[in-house]
Design a binder for this molecule. Structure first.
Ligand code: SAM
Ligand code: SF4
Length: 337
């Protein structure tokens, strides 16, 4: 039986779920969270069975791509069994509900230990976040001394046959000069690299207007060294891609501030405690935990998903100005990226 797809009020079909499995993290990237973060109490989080039920409810409604994210997904023990379980939803027969892709965004600090198991579950691609390869800058940016672990994690995943795309937040005060070299390094290892503009999500100690670097500037910097040819590649996410003939690699740009991409949005996000946020840039939410803990979880989840489709806003409105409050109090580590 054909499933009833999730379609919002603007005619956008939702095919892509980002599931944050924890808001906790072993790094403290200063554009993301401060040292004194308040995390969700553990008892409020969905357990393994509930996470699987939520994922299955989306899959039954036509979602065919799930990205696990956080916080740092690999700091929560439930993540590996969840990957094993969701891996069994991959590659189902045409016309049947199932996943075309299961993937994850990770900081890679714990990837070296788990890469083989993750690959065995059917994960073929990972996004790894890395903003600098300079050990001193890495420590200053993340407030932790873990660059070696990240680099080992990247190598282990590549050795396990997983393709990696690097996510790099463009930061005026940290990595602007390093971006061309980081690109060469990534492409030399067969990894694509995507640059992201810093977004005003959640209170931090640092001043985001000092960090913000427009990707228009990054593109000009890169064009001083490389040829950038517009690429026809699409990843199902918000990035626009460019091929670099000199390196044979690809560069993506995610510009939520300078280039709005909401018209083609196919995504929704669920937090570790089951809050369904239809938009990264808005506060509307639907409580899936209440649905999954009720008497008839399957039908309650279905009703909740339909309700959420009616609340997905047309677009986000981010602004970064000196001294301004964040557009949203919710940190990116709650909804994941
Ligand atoms: N911890 C994992 C990681 O860093 O890959 C997954 C979660 S993290 C929130 C996902 C992505 O969001 C990372 O690439 C990170 O750099 C990015 N990010 C976090 N806060 C951000 C912000 N305020 N603006 C733009 N990107 C942000
Ligand atoms: Fe942790 Fe990712 Fe946020 Fe960095 S960006 S603090 S790794 S959740």
């Amino acid at each position: 039986m054909a499933c009833q797809n999730l379609v919002d009020e603007f005619g956008r079909t939702i095919k892509y779920l980002r599931m944050s499995v924890t808001d906790r993290c072993d790094l403290r990237c200063n554009y993301c969270m401060g040292e004194a973060m308040q995390f969700m109490p553990r008892r409020e989080l969905l357990d393994l069975d509930e996470l699987v039920q939520v994922a299955d409810a989306f899959i039954a409604r036509g979602v065919n791509k799930i990205r696990l994210t956080g916080g740092e997904p690999l700091v929560r023990a439930v993540t590996l069994p969840l990957i094993d379980e969701l891996g069994t939803r991959l590659g189902t027969r045409a016309g049947e509900p199932g996943l075309d892709e299961l993937t994850m965004t990770t900081n890679a600090t714990n990837l070296a230990r788990h890469a083989t198991r993750i690959a065995a579950a059917g994960v073929k691609r990972l996004n790894v976040s890395l903003d600098t390869r300079d050990a001193e800058k890495f420590r200053a940016l993340t407030n932790r001394d873990m660059l070696d672990r990240v680099l080992a994690g990247i190598d282990a995943a590549l050795d396990a046959g997983i393709r990696i795309k690097l996510n790099t937040v463009a930061l005026a005060d940290t990595n602007r000069e390093e971006i061309p070299e980081l690109t060469a390094w990534a492409h030399g290892k067969g990894m694509d690299i995507t640059f992201i503009e810093v977004m005003p999500l959640g209170d931090i100690v640092a001043e985001r207007s000092d960090q913000f670097l427009s990707l228009e500037t990054v593109r000009q910097d890169l064009e001083a060294r490389y040829t950038l040819n517009a690429s026809s590649h699409v990843s199902g996410g918000p990035a626009r891609y460019w091929d670099v003939p000199e390196t044979g690699g690809r560069i993506g740009f995610i510009s939520p501030i300078s280039h709005n991409f909401c018209a083609s949005c196919n995504r929704v996000r669920v937090t570790a405690k089951g809050e369904l946020f239809p938009c990264l840039g808005h506060g509307e939410l639907t409580d899936l935990r209440a649905a999954v803990r009720g008497d008839a979880p399957q039908s309650a989840l279905d009703v909740a998903l339909d309700r959420a489709m009616k609340t997905k806003p047309e677009r986000h409105h981010f602004q970064i100005a000196k001294g301004a409050q964040p557009t949203l109090a919710r940190h990116m580590s709650v909804t994941g990226g």
